[in-house]
Design a protein around this ligand. Sequence first.
Ligand SMILES: [Ca+2]
Length: 240
Amino acid sequence: MLGGYQGTGDWRRFFLWLFACLLSLGLAGCLTINSPRAGEVVLGVVTITATESDTSQSFQNDTVSFYVDNVFVGSDTATPYSVSWETRSFPDGVHTLVAKAYSLTQQKQVASSAVQIYVRNSPTGDTIPPTGSIQINTGAAYTASPAVTLTLQATDNSGIVAQMRFSNDNVTYSAPELYATTKKWALATGDGPKTVYVQFKDAASVTGNWSALVSGSIMLDTTKPSGQITSPQDGAVIGD
Ligand SMILES: [Ca+2]
């Protein structure tokens, strides 16, 4: 039982680990808004849905409430929790969605992470896509690990860059996510030159305008350098 945790120091580390887990569980909350996705553009009536990321939680009255910009818009008592939201009662622009519940398990109010979306009920007529750039590990030539950090920079004529998506092969793209200036990313496996592709989208309409492809490159070399001195040979007498 608990192999690997032996001795006083190990037990101390184990309890610290346990405490950190419990703490992260409490801080992380237990609700996640699944739809709409961060950075998505919505119009008309949309459904906001949330699920429990920790199903051991028990919510008071089984009720999850939804808020837009801290304004209550509805609640649901059955999972998956969802409400219909009339976006036309809010002005066009950026809005923040949060789901909340009172956890009987934790004896406190818990909230989902905030999800930022764009309401666009009036067409903007904007057809100009964003432009941007990408750097891998701040432009390093080599990386020893496929786990890299991407640095993004994008602008749009409207002033809003809403979403971004990534690819290692320019064929399969990650799900669009909220635009940010940094992103943790995993390169394709196997040593050699690697390229990461990115596209940025504005918030002109539900479909938006996707930017042209932008890419960055880096050399993945996960093999530790090895070598040995072959000359002079061990014990050789140097000199005349
Ligand atoms: Ca635009």
